[in-house]
Design a protein around this ligand. Structure first.
Ligand SMILES: NC(=O)NCCC(=O)O
Length: 410
């Protein structure tokens, strides 16, 4: 199932943002370390689940055939939990899809959207035929990530919650008895056509369970998203589905520990992080933040990032004095899943579309709450008090100054 680019052979044509021609860090290490060193490095890098390396799982032939025919990365893993006496295992199969756009950004908008739908069909089919229970797509999967441009014409991609992207996915939800999380640019028709960055949660009966709107909007690099939509007004909802309690922390929200915390306080067992982010800006953060959130909140985190480089018709600047440019940089994919026990899956490809399938026993969440007691030892009342004071204009930081601070050394 693993696919790799051959490091040596690809050297000459290495992409700008490459890791030496390898599809992922995992494959680079696997190819260049002896098996024992690789095992030890993996133990430290990706942790152990129930005392052993995370296991791969076999998928139906129909799914692997689709991945070969359509050239998408397909990987599958399983997290286990200890056997309990009073509860049965609660194993949920989660699928994450990362994809590049399908047509140049200069194509007619309707064609661009339709081409993404067509491109995703076989990947969703592979997920469905593999028995995926909950499927999550990347942030704003139904459009190019045009927010770098500040041009308002891209607002045309926005849709109501029950618009064409939701309708497209509802049929798969029904066909495969799947919950689907679909992150779109939303146009709120009943509130004056206001635009939001929204995840729609489609139930396994094809129904719309609800929506969540992105809480934190980036103002960094070329991520000029505040030009397009407002800070979300839906709080931190947890959606209780037939497969477990799920929540969505959209992209830049992953830099905000309190955002992760609030989903945990509301009882989430899996938090999805549909994202769109580029290498130069955030790649060193990517393997850390979601994993930390999974550990700190005793839940699973499923991280999805888009793939590829999207070039726009008109150049834009980054407000940093450097030359204008027409692309955002490389969206590095690398979708992965983190568990409450600090283990994680290897990442999908940095370059190709992909489907990551992960079985997770949700009993692991409570087992780690019982083991580490992070909720019990959290002292929330201390922080509630600090925060309540901090948000007041008259707040003064609690600083104790050394009375000898300004005395010269003798
Ligand atoms: N889409 C989005 O919020 N991107 C911001 C960049 C980042 O958080 O890495």
């Amino acid at each position: 199932m693993e696919k790799r680019l051959n490091g040596e052979a690809k050297k000459e044509e290495e992409p700008k943002d490459s890791i030496c021609g390898y599809d992922s860090l995992h494959l680079l290490l696997k190819d260049n370390l002896n098996p024992h060193h690789f095992q030890e490095v993996s133990r430290l890098l990706t942790g152990l689940n129930s005392g052993k390396a995370i296991e791969t799982i076999a998928l139906p032939e129909s799914a692997t055939a689709l991945s070969v025919e359509h050239g998408f990365d397909l990987q599958a893993f399983s997290f286990s939990a200890d056997k309990e006496q009073l509860r049965e295992p609660r194993v949920v199969r989660v699928g994450l899809i990362q994809n590049s756009i399908a047509l140049p950004t200069t194509a007619h908008f309707a064609d661009q959207k339709k081409a993404i739908f067509e491109k995703l069909k076989p990947i969703i089919e592979a997920a469905g035929s593999s028995g995926v229970n909950i499927l999550c797509l990347q942030e704003a999967w139904m459009m190019p990530f045009a927010f770098c441009t500040r041009e308002k014409r891209w607002c045309e991609f926005a849709e109501p919650v029950d618009g064409e992207s939701t309708k497209f996915l509802q049929s798969f939800a029904l066909k495969y008895n799947m919950v689907i999380i679909s992150s779109i640019l939303e146009r709120d028709i009943s509130h004056g056509e206001v635009i939001w960055n929204t995840s729609v949660v489609i139930g396994n009966h094809g129904n719309i369970i609800g929506k969540h709107r992105k809480n934190h909007i980036p103002r960094v690099g070329d991520f000029n998203e505040s030009t397009y939509y407002m800070e979300g007004n839906t709080g931190h909802p947890v959606f209780e589905t037939v497969y477990g309690k799920i929540a969505i922390n959209i992209c830049y929200g992953r830099h905000h520990p309190l955002n992760w915390l609030a989903f945990g306080l509301n009882g989430a067992e899996i938090v999805f992080n549909p994202s769109a982010t580029v290498g130069e800006l955030s790649e060193p953060m990517w393997p850390i933040e979601a994993r930390n959130a999974a550990i700190a909140n005793s839940y699973f985190v499923a991280s999805i990032n888009r793939v590829g480089t999207e070039t726009f018709p008109n150049a834009f600047t980054s407000g940093d004095g450097k030359p204008a440019h027409a692309d955002f940089g490389h969206f590095y994919g690398s979708s992965y899943v983190s568990a409450p026990d600090a283990s994680c899956t290897p990442s999908l490809s940095r370059y190709r579309d992909g489907l990551l399938i992960t079985d997770m026993d949700l009993n692991l969440c409570r087992q780690f709450k019982d083991k580490w007691g992070f909720r019990m030892t959290s002292r929330y009342e201390l922080y509630a008090d600090t925060l309540a004071r901090y948000v007041k204009p008259e707040f003064e930081p609690q600083v104790i100054t050394d009375p000898l601070l300004h005395r010269k050394a003798s």
